[in-house]
Write a protein that binds this ligand. Structure first.
Ligand code: 5GP
Length: 233
């Protein structure tokens, strides 16, 4: 278009210009270019607002011993900010507890299936916790990301460390560790929850001790260590 104007500089024969095929070609070309620019720009705007909703955050990693109230905190987060977060559903080889739904709380799989997934490199991280396998699959994270939401990744401390190393520079994540005022308090909460046998509670309290030691030895894994001193507050 500019080329055409340059070539016709000084011309006052408007009608002559309008009859020139090259002018029409240039006008149509410019309009098409402008329309394409608007489409591209609106696409970019759409993407931008999508990121704004996530505020640049891809995931929130939450760890803490059994009975500390992670489930309550995750439920609150989702209720108070509807549509912003979605739970990344892990794979687990343990048996479902009463009320747990396959595909919602966990993807419950056999040890064989879990080991097949390990060999196929389908996990971002996995760990053996309380003698069972637990893992965050790449597919679970992709699902949350495709929905434009921030993933809530509830994993143990060893998994969190691996996760941090693997997503470094690729995803923006915040790491939180929740703890209780004491191990006795944790035991009380587990009893109150009533989901575990005495044997299972003992195992979980032992794991809690190792998790607290891990935090002391690896203070850089978590951005915040928070004490949940009042489960209902
Ligand atoms: P529970 O059997 O009580 O549901 O979970 C036991 C532990 O496994 C918890 O500490 C929980 O954070 C952890 N866990 C759950 N999902 C995952 C996962 O995908 N990866 C890892 N590493 N740990 C997980």
């Amino acid at each position: 278009f500019l080329y055409f104007i340059g070539r016709n500089k000084g011309s006052v024969q408007t009608m002559g210009i309008l009859q020139d095929k090259r002018l029409w070609g240039a006008v149509v070309g410019t309009v098409a270019l402008f329309a394409a620019y608007r489409v591209w720009k609106s696409g970019k705007k759409g993407k931008k607002s999508h990121n704004t909703a996530k505020q640049g955050l891809d995931c929130v990693v939450i760890s803490g011993p059994a009975g500390v109230g992670k489930g309550t905190i995750i439920d609150m987060l989702q209720k108070e900010t509807p549509g912003k977060y979605a739970f990344s559903v892990s794979h687990a080889t343990r048996q479902p507890r009463e009320g747990e739904v396959d595909g919602v709380h966990y993807n419950f799989v056999s040890v064989e299936e879990f080991e097949r997934m390990i060999a196929a490199d389908e996990f971002v991280e996995y760990a053996k916790v309380h003698a069972n396998y637990y893992g965050t699959s790449k597919a679970a994270l992709k699902k949350v990301s495709a929905a434009g939401k921030i993933a809530i990744v509830e994993i143990d401390v060893k998994g969190a460390k691996i996760f941090k190393d693997r997503v470094l520079g690729q995803l923006k994540c915040c790491f939180f560790f929740f703890t209780a005022p004491s191990l006795e308090e944790l035991h009380n909460r587990m009893r109150k929850r009533g989901k575990d046998s005495e044997e299972s509670m003992t195992k979980r309290l032992e794991t809690a001790k190792t998790e607290l030691d891990f935090i002391k030895e690896n203070p850089s894994v978590y951005d915040r260590v928070l004490t949940n001193d009042n489960l209902d507050a």
